[in-house]
Ligand binder design. Structure first.
Ligand code: 5GP
Ligand code: SF4
Ligand code: MG
Length: 464
């Protein structure tokens, strides 16, 4: 998901709408905005579909006045059933100190347990979302200010969370102690901005100030930014998959260009897994920077052998298997004239279920390719993510049940190679690779080493 907040500018919701539009790649199912105006109180709007189809209408934006606003773009991870509007964030609740709204990116790994406990003690849940726990924990806290209540609430929460919240007068941002999901601070004139990624600061002309640090809470008012440390410090474990796929290539994360990291992954891949071929083609868009790097390092020409229909969203983020199956063809088509009689290296960011790779291989062979070699910009995805990226159950992951060679045979391609975990760490700037004793990133979907025990899942029978 993507989260965004603005304080201290006229009609803050307009800026939030623009920010969410720039974060649309993080969630396309739905979006929501909450705002506050001294005379009109809290207002909100939640809609299914793209930001640009909803939050550009003047009639809607006029209902969202005030200098303080937060928003959220969603793709469902928890729940996973048919989307319902009451699961769309931000969540708003009115309690002792006048109410607060929150937008959450990540996944709370003890949400089921918390929910049971809260319901037993009288909380009335509105949604199926794990994120709603935070509001109820805040409502029950005995602290005297909302930021204090939020600290209280978040100390009970396990898993991954970047949160943007607001009260009548404050904009609040928090990252979990491991800093699994991103959150950055920006400045816009006299106002302040919180955003999942820097690309959304650019769209509104805000200056990047710094990242919110893992385990940090910032409370922003008209007096400025106050930084707090609500949690016991831990060594950070940012999601390495943000670098591979999730973030936009024009964002800067941890001081590194996401584009440059992806290009480096391609360079590493070409060193680790060279092969003779005529052209290097990306599976667009997510494989593009890595394909550029692979071509650069190998000297094999880069070519657009697959063309993407720009009017389709991200395939992975389609709710059902059937739509996803169709999705590949609706979104990607082979550039036949280019492919015919060529030995083709295809570069993609990841293989999850194998749906995309299988379809693409068929399309490429159909177009007359002589050989197909897959090169993947991440290690085999063998474990589900419980921290906010919607990977399927373990059984559906190709790499959970097959070795690299078995996957190659299953996909019936001439060769299939994944970047190694160490190669990936080198590409994100860790010169000596992964520190096995204390990994610098979360890489659980590749390694199976979960930095936070997924307690709800374990209770349901998930085996580490
Ligand atoms: P598959 O078709 O193998 O199930 O999925 C792989 C494709 O999904 C890749 O092309 C990748 O770009 C895309 N993808 C989109 N979202 C995600 C995600 O959240 N996780 C992973 N691993 N791949 C994703
Ligand atoms: Fe990111 Fe994978 Fe960790 Fe999930 S399990 S937070 S996708 S690295
Ligand atoms: Mg892709």
């Amino acid at each position: 998901c993507g989260i965004f907040g603005v304080i201290g500018v006229t009609d803050a919701a307009n800026f939030v709408a623009l920010g969410l539009h720039a974060l649309q790649h993080r969630g396309q199912e739905a979006g929501g905005i909450v705002c506050h105006h001294p005379d009109h109180g809290f207002n909100h709007a939640r809609r299914f579909g793209y930001v640009r189809d909803n939050f550009t209408k003047q009639s809607l934006m006029e209902t969202l006045p005030g200098p303080l606003s937060i928003g959220h773009v969603r793709y469902s991870t928890a729940g996973g059933k048919a989307p319902v509007i009451r699961d769309v964030q931000p969540f708003f609740g009115e309690f002792a100190m006048g109410g607060a709204a929150i937008a959450h990116n990540g996944n709370i790994t003890n949400a089921d347990a918390l929910r049971r406990e809260l319901i037993e003690r009288g909380s009335i849940f509105q949604s199926n979302s794990d994120s709603e726990c935070i509001i109820h924990l805040m409502a029950r806290s005995l602290q005297r200010t909302i930021p204090d209540r939020m600290e209280d609430a978040l100390r009970r929460v396990e898993g991954a969370f970047s949160v943007v919240a607001m009260t009548r007068t404050k904009l609040i941002g928090v990252r979990d102690p491991l800093g699994v999901r991103p959150l950055v601070l920006g400045q816009l004139g006299d106002g302040w901005v919180l955003s999942s990624e820097t690309c959304a600061l650019d769209i509104i002309g805000a200056a990047f100030v710094r990242e919110i640090e893992p385990g940090e809470m910032v409370v922003i008012t008209d007096k400025g930014v106050e930084s707090r440390r609500p949690f016991k410090p831990l060594s950070p474990r940012f999601c390495i998959f943000e670098h591979v796929y999730f973030s936009r290539p024009d964002s800067i994360i941890g001081g590194r260009s996401v584009y440059e990291t992806r290009r480096q992954i391609g360079i590493e891949l070409a060193r680790e897994a060279p092969v003779e071929a005529d052209i290097v083609c990306p599976v667009p868009d997510s494989g593009t920077p890595a394909a550029i790097g692979y071509s650069h390092e190998s000297g094999i020409p880069y070519a657009m052998g697959i063309i993407r229909n720009q009017y389709m969203g991200r395939t992975f983020i389609e709710p059902t298997e059937q739509i996803r199956n169709m999705g590949v063809r609706l979104k990607l088509n082979v550039n036949r004239a280019l492919i015919k009689d060529k030995r083709v290296i295809l570069v993609d960011d990841s293989v999850v279920r194998g749906t995309t790779s299988r379809k693409i291989k068929e399309m490429i062979l159909d177009a007359g390719a002589k050989e197909v070699h897959f090169r993947i910009a991440s290690p085999p995805t063998a474990w589900p993510c419980f921290y906010g990226v919607d990977t399927p159950q373990r059984e559906k992951l190709l790499a959970a049940t097959m070795s690299e060679d078995e996957m190659r045979d299953h996909l019936a391609v001439d060769s299939l190679k994944f970047i190694t975990l160490d190669g990936l760490y080198r590409a994100v700037g860790e010169a000596s690779g992964r520190n096995a004793k204390c990994p610098q990133y979360c890489d659980a979907c590749f390694s199976g080493e979960y930095p936070v025990a997924p307690s709800d899942q374990i209770e349901k029978g998930f085996e580490l």
